[in-house]
Design a protein around this ligand. Structure first.
Ligand code: FE2
Length: 282
């Protein structure tokens, strides 16, 4: 097994390993690399849906929120992300993650890790980009660190309540079917301490955080704008161009990410996603 750092900001590539056949020692190495590098890229995988679920489950309980669109028939732990259409209808989520976000941060118990496996990639487009929220927190001005200490962000799933986003085109005909699901808002500390590493990170994102708990918007919105601006500085980021057979996993406790889209037709990008739950942010 070879582990190669991918950028100054975050990420490592792991080669020479089949994640479908891991012994405990290899798993321990991968787990340590995951905590250190935040994003892991496993190249050249050949991963059946059940094997992806089994690997994901080693990191926590699989997220199986009801009413998720585009679950894989027979393997409901997997969500299909795809721009393919069958008889004109999408077979997967087309524009997953088109604003900077952390997966499931709108939930009381957000996702610990997301796993995304590339079955098909387009020749051009479909990159994913991450930003390191340890670095974002550590590089905040000291007075900003003091201002946000103890504050809680309000995380909202419904895009119609977030002027920094827009309703996705895929759901424009019936936004209520997706955004109208009975998903309660959550509040989480804006400075999060990682459950395993103990490091502090900035835990906000423009996709989900619409306000600050107990703070007037006149004060809260400019502060959020400042944080959102800061958290995507280029030196915090790594952008991944996918290859067929890539399995990526990333740590949602200390990263934000965005899907860059712009897949050039007739390219098809077809992926299987699993997520595992983590701890209550503190
Ligand atoms: Fe995402």
């Amino acid at each position: 097994m070879q582990i190669n750092r991918l950028s100054d900001a975050l990420g490592a590539e792991i080669t020479g390993i089949d994640v479908g056949a891991l012994d405990d020692q290899k798993f321990a190495t991968i787990h340590a690399a995951f905590l250190e590098h935040q994003v892991l890229v496993f190249r050249d995988q050949s991963l059946a849906p059940d094997a992806q679920v089994a690997f994901s489950e080693r990191f926590g309980p699989i997220e199986t929120r009801p009413n998720r669109p585009y679950i894989l028939p027979d393997v409901p732990e997997i969500t299909v992300l795809s721009n393919r259409r069958a008889d004109g209808d999408p077979v997967g989520v087309i524009n997953a993650g088109d604003f900077w976000h952390t997966d499931l941060s709108f939930a009381e118990i957000p996702s610990r890790a997301t796993f995304l496996y590339a079955l098909e990639v387009a020749e051009e487009g479909g990159d994913t980009e991450w930003s390191n929220m340890y670095l974002a927190y550590e590089t905040l001005p000291e007075d900003t660190k003091r201002r946000i200490e103890g504050l809680r962000g309000v995380h909202v799933f419904d895009r119609r309540k977030n002027p920094r986003t827009r309703v996705d085109a895929q759901y424009a005909a019936n936004p209520d079917a997706v955004y109208g699901l009975p998903i309660p808002d959550a509040t989480h500390p804006m400075v999060r301490t990682h459950a395993q590493t103990g490091r502090k990170s900035l835990f906000v994102s423009p996709r989900f955080v619409v306000g600050i708990d107990g703070m007037d918007d006149a004060l809260a919105q400019p502060l959020l704008d400042e944080l959102f601006d800061h958290q995507t500085r280029p030196e915090f980021r790594y952008r991944h161009t996918w290859r067929k057979g890539d399995l990526l996993m990333w740590d949602n406790s200390c990263l934000i990410h965005i899907g860059r889209g712009n897949i050039k037709p007739p390219g098809i990008r077809h992926m299987h996603r699993t997520m595992v739950l983590g701890d209550r942010p503190r």
